[in-house]
Design a protein around this ligand. Structure first.
Ligand code: AMP
Length: 387
């Protein structure tokens, strides 16, 4: 049989494939770990100068001089990091398939573009305004009614570049503290909890959804994700599926997409989306039939998607700043430890632990026990622990 006949059979599974990944952090590392059993190879392209993937081939290119080398080594390209110039992704797309397409990157990099798209698709958002001076920030705070959250329109993540204004009089100070020329100003949402929905779209348009996760943040950083999120009604889940599916279809998206949502008395309100595998989906490594990482690799490679059902109940605990007593964690029979090989630093994500259980009560005490070996872990407080 000739190669061309093999290819038209649609069986991409046996052909060797090198996946190029833009970004080279822990998400890329976990993509590679999931892709190796499927005989994929990985080349990472890092523009930050501090790659931490720790495996695969890494091209460090702060000035964009080695893009051709990267292109020559890869069959198709995806991202693990969205804060890189869209022009780079667009240039790559002229030579190799890029999944998801650069438009997804462009929208997710810019809170204004993202909220505008949400609005066009009928996905509820907090009421918002754009501010391009301390005066317009004050005017936005007055128009929306305080409290408001001001966020840098681009380049923000993990709560960085944000300030909450309790009164319009705080505008000048907040403007200075954030130090960006364009801000997204949002009405502060009163929510009962934060959840995320992760979905995967294949090249043929097939979409699968993971059970939703309940996310607990501390000082702007995700600390715990519980999945499946307890007590989510069928209506709420259907709403989340509708929202993320409309985004996937609008962007002709291929791969994993994450949508972060607030649960409010009036239903779901969208916060932001990420065009990649997400920290709130790390539980899927042991907690779902197919991990988010494997499903992303499957999607960008053109393979069928894997089952997304949960295997029991999970809670992911992020390891932040200090590694803690990893040997004690390894002794616990219900945990899976994932370390990223990074050095300790305040606020830095060093790894995560997936805790598994058969009941939410069991999950609660197991998480608390595990967190006691992680210094600096905030109190495990979520819908399971409140009333
Ligand atoms: P972000 O970087 O937009 O994901 O924001 C980080 C965190 O700040 C979110 O996970 C929320 O806990 C909180 N937050 C962001 N926007 C709002 C808002 N409009 N109202 C209330 N809390 C918010």
């Amino acid at each position: 049989m000739t190669n061309s006949r093999l290819n038209t059979s649609g069986k991409a599974g046996s052909a060797p494939m090198t996946i190029g990944v833009l970004g080279a952090g822990q998400l890329g590392r976990m993509l590679a770990l999931a892709g190796y059993p499927l005989a994929k190879s990985f080349v990472f392209y890092d523009m930050s100068g501090s790659p931490s993937a720790g495996l695969g081939e890494v091209i460090v290119d702060r000035e964009g001089k080695y893009l051709d080398d990267f292109l020559a080594r890869v069959d198709r390209v995806t991202y693990e990091f969205e804060h890189l110039p869209v022009e780079v992704a667009e240039r790559i797309a002229q030579h190799k398939p890029v999944y998801p397409a650069p438009r997804a990157l462009q929208v997710c990099q810019n809170r204004e573009a993202e909220k505008t798209l949400f609005g066009e698709l009928g996905i509820p958002t907090p009421e918002w305004r754009i501010a391009d001076s301390a005066e317009s920030l004050q005017a936005a705070a007055e128009a929306l009614g305080c409290p408001v959250v001001a966020k840098s329109n681009t380049e923000g993540y993990d709560g960085k570049g944000q300030a909450v204004l309790k009164s319009p009089a705080e505008a000048a100070e907040a403007w200075k503290a954030i130090g960006h020329s364009r801000l997204m100003v949002e009405k502060f949402v009163t929510f009962s909890r934060e959840i995320s929905i992760i979905a995967v779209r294949a090249i043929d348009g097939n979409v699968v959804f993971y059970p939703m996760a309940e996310n607990v943040h501390h000082e702007g950083i995700l600390r715990y994700s519980i999945a499946p999120a307890p007590g989510i009604s069928g209506d709420l889940e259907a709403q989340a599926h509708r929202y993320i599916k409309s985004l996937l279809n609008e962007l002709d998206y291929v791969g994993v997409l994450t949508l972060e949502l607030f649960v409010t008395a009036d239903g779901l309100v969208a916060n932001e989306m990420a065009p990649r595998v997400h920290n709130s989906g790390h539980w899927t490594i042991e907690g779902a039939k197919t991990s988010q990482f494997e499903n992303h690799v499957r999607a960008v490679s053109g393979h069928p998607l894997g089952a997304t059902d949960a295997r029991g109940l999970s809670c992911m605990i992020n390891i932040i700043a200090e590694h803690g007593d990893t040997d004690r964690i390894l002794e616990l029979p219900y945990t899976h430890l994932h370390l990223y090989g990074k050095g300790e630093r305040p606020g830095r994500k060093l790894g995560h632990v997936n805790v598994l259980a058969d009941s939410y009560d069991e999950l609660k005490w197991r998480v608390r026990n595990c967190a006691s070996f992680l210094p600096g872990s905030p109190e495990f407080s979520c819908s399971l622990t409140k009333g």
